[in-house]
Design a protein around this ligand. Sequence first.
Ligand SMILES: Cc1cc2nc3c(=O)[nH]c(=O)nc-3n(C[C@H](O)[C@H](O)[C@H](O)COP(=O)(O)OP(=O)(O)OC[C@H]3O[C@@H](n4cnc5c(N)ncnc54)[C@H](O)[C@@H]3O)c2cc1C
Ligand code: SF4
Ligand code: SF4
Ligand code: SF4
Length: 395
Amino acid sequence: MINITEKNKCTGCHACAAVCPKSCIDMRRDSEGFLYPVVNTDECINCNKCERVCPILTGRTENTDSQQLGYAAYSKDEEMRLKSSSGGIFSEIAEVIIDRGGVVFGAAMAEDQRSVHHIAVDDKEGLEILRGSKYLQSTVGDTYKQAKEYLENGRYVLFTGTPCQIGGLYAYLGKDHDRLYTQDLICHGAPSPLVWEKYVEYREKKASDGSSPKVMTRRTFFRVKPWKRFSVRFEFSNLTEYLADLRSDPFMRGFLSDIYLRPSCYDCKYKTVHRQADITLADFWGIQNVYPDMDDDNGISFVWVHSDKGRELFDEIRGHLVTRECDTGIVTSKYNPAAVRSSSLPGKRKLFFDNMDKTDVADNIRICTAVPFIRRLYRKLRSVAGKCYRAVFKR
Ligand SMILES: Cc1cc2nc3c(=O)[nH]c(=O)nc-3n(C[C@H](O)[C@H](O)[C@H](O)COP(=O)(O)OP(=O)(O)OC[C@H]3O[C@@H](n4cnc5c(N)ncnc54)[C@H](O)[C@@H]3O)c2cc1C
Ligand code: SF4
Ligand code: SF4
Ligand code: SF4
């Protein structure tokens, strides 16, 4: 039976819980806020299906037959594009599946804005809550089982999520299905849902400013455009708003400083060009160098196609997009290395979680992401030296 002894070897994909014939695996939250499988040994019949399905234990995290076609692209539907995190490609693909009478699975923020769960949607209006990146780990729940049922009933299914969630789905299904399409992401890592929960409470307290009744968060957005600012917006029940970009928002700073990612994200087995998904979507970082004329800061996607099914979907949406072919090798090695390289484990991660219950969440992030004076000075000197060198030798 599954027994997690090293947390970095479990992505929380839910495949083991979904496959268990006795339903005796609980996905339980640890003190950092991440879910791990826990077996009820009284009910376990030692069939070992949970171990045999686990993509990490079996090493099934790649598809070495994958194709490598790449495009810079964005949707011509400007409204849809502005509501999306990069170029709005997810929505275009999802609409194709809905038009075929199919079902789309993806990550949705809960109504109280405190957690993210995978859900199924089968109409275009419903796609609204799947749209946009939510930078915390989404709970897969029993969506693998739901997807299997839809497929067995002859429906088209598009399953979207992080590479480990797509890996978990294929492991659970055990085979491909003609009507199954999958889309993953270039994934920086999944932040702790508990840290996000604390951050929402922190923002609500700030928005309340001592008044009553308590202010609640109505909606949250992680990537308000302009695209390169990584701005976060909260809308509150007292009709006030909070808007801050990467430089000033503590949660985004902590996320991109890798302080509270899931342990498996620092040694991610899905960092590869040999993707299992039919299509990978990402931000097209470096677009200002590759196709400067496309870079209007409203969001450009890198669309990375890996299979015939992926190509078929991309061809179907192509008329709705502005698109150009690109070299996938340059994008994944130079401009978006998160495709193939895990985030580094920061020295202060332990301190952050040790202090979580003692220190205000925003202060804790500030303390753990502060760059020491000596390093700031070194960076400044290096940048000045670089400018002098370019001025003298490259005139
Ligand atoms: C946790 C996370 C880390 C990411 N890291 C990177 C990165 O390092 N580099 C990069 O280039 N791009 C990264 N992305 C992807 C990027 O932010 C865009 O989501 C992607 O480019 C698709 O944009 P879009 O405009 O086509 O669609 P959008 O509408 O913006 O994206 C919606 C899609 O994202 C999925 N999604 C949203 N939140 C989650 C979640 N919490 N878990 C699983 N799936 C989710 C939805 O199911 C849907 O498939 C990351 C996304 C997430 C969620
Ligand atoms: S060994 Fe079988 S019954 Fe026991 S937890 Fe694993 S899948 Fe369930
Ligand atoms: S990686 Fe997935 S299948 Fe493996 S133990 Fe963790 S949750 Fe279960
Ligand atoms: S970095 Fe890897 S383990 Fe972490 S969420 Fe992304 S795909 Fe999963």
